[in-house]
Write a protein that binds this ligand. Structure first.
Ligand code: IPD
Ligand code: CA
Ligand code: CA
Ligand code: CA
Length: 266
């Protein structure tokens, strides 16, 4: 497999998709809801996913594609080459803020992350990684993470998980946010994972993410030493929705062990 060719190809598709998203602000955007009133999708999410899928299917007919908006394949296994795409991660930000959203793409070969991309479209920040060759932000190498200390850490977490919820003991989550230096919430899982990779935040925790939210970011962040898993400490789930943490290597174990108490949801 010529991974360098796939890398060049994916980069140019993502740049072109970013351009299409930027010019979409000059046209009418249709907003619809999916699972509930706050689960939003637009015609642009769908058009961008279709743009990727039509090209990838034409040029790499043997590859599978898992896309959030459902235009790709039904992917039940990680066998072969699988592209995992979120055409717009942070749709609520796209609609409300016209910024703070990203294109996220991870390309896996038999379950191994080979190429990862996150494009923060409005900041023009392009993060990418090629397995074993380091991670880059706008072509500059991102340095390996230095050990962080929880008391001086900034943690990416959505306020919902510190309020009563059905996933975790929220009082232990409150203890975590009182122990660390501060918290941030950016509203795009992909951007939060990119920020863990660059040390802008030291950990990111979520109770409910899908494979396309994490696929690209995990490849990038693992190149600089970040550690990812679900909140039971098992490998992050690339075939279904699950809990998720990605953190500086010095914090991952301590956060899970001292502060995460999952509720029994069986
Ligand atoms: C969402 C964003 C958000 C996260 C949600 C995701 P979408 O993705 O990443 O930050 O909290 O769980 O579903 O729907 O905007 O692509
Ligand atoms: Ca969505
Ligand atoms: Ca998403
Ligand atoms: Ca999305």
């Amino acid at each position: 497999m010529d991974w360098s060719r796939i890398d060049r190809y994916a980069k140019s598709l993502i740049k072109e998709a970013g351009h299409r998203i930027r010019i979409s602000f000059y046209q009418h955007i249709d907003i619809e809801t999916k699972a509930d009133a706050n689960d939003l999708v637009t015609n642009i999410d769908r058009e961008i996913e279709q743009f990727f899928i039509s090209h990838i299917k034409r040029d790499f007919p043997g590859h599978s594609i898992l896309g959030e908006e459902g235009f790709g394949d039904e992917v039940n296994s990680l066998k072969g080459v699988v592209w995992m795409l979120d055409p717009i991660d942070g749709t609520m930000n796209f609609i409300h803020q016209k910024r703070n959203f990203a294109i996220s793409l991870g390309i896996y070969s038999d379950g191994i992350g080979m190429l990862g991309y996150i494009y923060d479209v409005m900041r023009d920040e392009f993060y990418n990684a090629f397995r074993g060759e380091g991670a880059y932000l706008n072509d500059e190498r991102i340095p390996a993470l230095r050990k962080a200390n929880l008391e001086e850490a900034v943690i990416g977490v959505n306020a919902s998980w510190v309020a009563p919820n059905r996933y975790v003991d929220h009082e232990k989550m409150a203890e975590l946010i009182h122990t660390c230096r501060g918290t941030r919430s950016f509203g795009s899982a992909a951007i939060e994972i990119a920020y863990v990779a660059t040390g802008r935040v030291d950990a990111y925790i979520s109770m409910r993410l899908a494979p396309w939210d994490i696929a690209g970011g995990m490849i990038i962040a693992s190149e600089v030493g970040a550690v990812a898993s679900n909140l039971e400490g098992k490998p992050a789930n690339l075939l279904g929705q699950d809990t998720f943490i990605i953190a500086n290597p010095a914090l991952h174990g301590r956060i899970l062990h001292d502060f995460i108490r999952l509720k029994d949801r069986t």
